[in-house]
Design a protein around this ligand. Sequence first.
Ligand SMILES: [Zn+2]
Length: 460
Amino acid sequence: MKKGVLKGIIIAAVIIFTVAAGVLFIYLNSDSEDYEKVLRITGGDGTELTAPIEKADDIYVNDSANTAFVSLVLREALEIIGEKKKLSSEDAIKYLIDKGAHIETAFNKAVLDAVYDAYMQTDVRDSEFAFTACDENNALVCAFSVGEGDNISTPRPVFSSIKPLSVYSLALEQKKIHYSSMVADVPYKTITDENGESLEWPQNGVGYYTYHDVSVATAVKLSLNTVAVRLLKEVGIENSLDFLEDKLSVELSFERQKMESSGEDEILSNLAMGYLYNGITPVDMAGYYRMFSDKGFYEKPYSILKITDGNGKVIFEHESEKLQVLSEDTAFIMTKLLEEPFKHGGTAEKVRLASDIGIYGKTGTGDSYEDCWIVGVTPEYSMALWHNGESIGRNASSEVLAEVLRNLSLDASKKFSVCESVINAEYCSVTGMLAAEKCPVDNSGWYSADNMPEKCSLHN
Ligand SMILES: [Zn+2]
């Protein structure tokens, strides 16, 4: 490669993506003549993600459907090299090109194909859509985005998908609840709507209140807002804000400001029901949910495993930065609670039907279906799926994820690890306490040894 031929390189982030072939998405404005290749990016499966360059002005992505992934890789590469070599983005890309760099990732074409087919097979196919998957170490294996913008990296309100992060895991960690604690499914308060009418709040997604105590497991299964709001108050708004900001780096400055100016009840719906001002990206959602099966350890998703120069010399290598943000017991009990939505009658039951692979996760649905989410974690992949469901009038994320799982050949021999210190025991379906001989029992629960319910006092 000729040196010094690249001048005035400008990198434009992903702007264009269509499902059609032949999309080029990064423009390198240079006055160079020709040179053989630019930047080599490969997947964990050996896929060549970039094509050898033919003219000096562009980086070509081999397959148009990879553009979302390559965009994430390039953004991360510029950050890494920019920081490491104290270079501007412009000079960082020039540096990589001059070095003949090779960027290694965990990209997996089989996952992308499974998602692409699922997108085309289901009712979401004409909608804006984003899907991302990370492996068990939170390395990205797939990013797929359809729409005018970059839907993979756009933060959006996540609605009920926030509950495990902002409410349930913290309530378990503080021992405010256990798996089968009973919580009142009744409105938290009465509010006045824009027309001056009194309205009970919060509304449940299922459309009704039972006006009874329900178990935490049932509340997660049916995504009951009443229970999430009550438990958030128990956990403490400030504690929830601190956890999301400090441990997970969620952008919540608006929420904090609002709490300080108007009081903490003003951000109940933001934290308990995911009405976030800035929101969370699909990439981050996939990353957050992995911590439950990773014994409470969290690391932000990343796409680059290694960068080497043309001579094979290592320029950068990813080092794990996992931090424990939840106890192992809490994380494990969360995975068990988050299996509930996938069971019969749960908000994600359509996924359960598709596969007997272990899965946990949660749906989230905005009022007008503009933001429809599901996060699903299997032993191999942590997946977050967002789509705009306005045109079809429903959250179809479970159906799409079911198709993805059907299309993927997942390894059924891979299992989540079991937390030895957590105890599995039957509980009374009326009181949520440990089942006595005469108790009606529907289910068993998972408990920390130091946070066990007492034996049922009603039927004993
Ligand atoms: Zn009982």
